[in-house]
Design a protein around this ligand. Sequence first.
Ligand SMILES: *Cc1c(COP(=O)(O)O)cnc(C)c1O
Length: 351
Amino acid sequence: MSSNIKIELTKNSKIDTVDFNNLPFGSILSDHMFVCDYKDGKWQNSTIQPYAPIQLDPSAKIFHYGQSIFEGMKAYKDTNNNTLLFRPLDNHKRLNKSAERLVIPQVPEDIFMDGLKKLLEIDNAWIPTQDGSSLYIRPFMFASGNGFHASPADEYKLIICTAPSGAYFSGKVKVLIEEKYARAANGGVGFAKAGGNYAAQFYPTQLAVEKGYNQVIWTDDNTHEYIEEAGAMNIFVRINDTLITSPTSDRILDGITRKSILQLARDKNINVEVRKITVTEVVTAAKDGSLKEMFGAGTAAVISPIAGFGFKNEDFDLPEFENTFASQLKKYITDIQTNKVEDPYGWRVTL
Ligand SMILES: *Cc1c(COP(=O)(O)O)cnc(C)c1O
């Protein structure tokens, strides 16, 4: 299959303009991109070409009906200069799960994996080696077919771009427990990485930022009594020594970081519960001191500790202490990702 990828290399590499010791997150794009078009009912031959703007018809359905999905993953280098991926087949499976819900064609595994591997081979020098840095990988797919008829398009594009990225520093994160807006509903698309989900999050998040918070804790759309996600991350809550996360559902994205943390926590003998978390129990635990930690989990930041939260005009600070579950689990998972320890789970893929 790889032999079918048409390769056109850039004549003007930008790599010498990049300060790898001072990388932002996700805003410097590597030299090449992988592109595969779907038309006439099938995937066409794919290409790897210089990273550049693409042309689309103004009536392309992505602009009008939002048929668009994406994935987020990372490539790492170990000290032997091997390129490593973390559970990439899970990203491919989830891309297709999102695609099904948005009536976007399924992508065969070989097109996705061969394209990704070839792209990483070509832009190998873009994978940072600095501790905490990685190559952020953004596969996405959208309706490139034309027409104002409100129906699925007949043409799609799959693109994979990469961005060398530094550690995702969020500083002290203060979050607001949402009482009015929702990011997802039963029967909706919350479980999919659909672009529109994020567009719909921006307004409530902006309101929270205006009130002095960094992020929104999403609650269920029906009652707002249950805590579901932290911004665009899955959420974990530690009450006493029990680590709790919400079960996945129509409304909650099945994060790869979330499920890896669950497995690691269980294997490190941390008491884990996967169950609904009420806002009331979190507020009560904050008041009586049994709420030890809250953190978000997702590919970009891996684990993002929450320093405090607001709810109904009251603010609650979380305790600061050493050796938190968040820091322990972040180390376990990043050590596996970067080949600093054995990987008993078979999660790490060496290219
Ligand atoms: C991507 C995402 C996550 C985290 O998924 P990972 O596979 O761990 O990166 C969690 N919640 C939402 C809403 C997301 O979009």
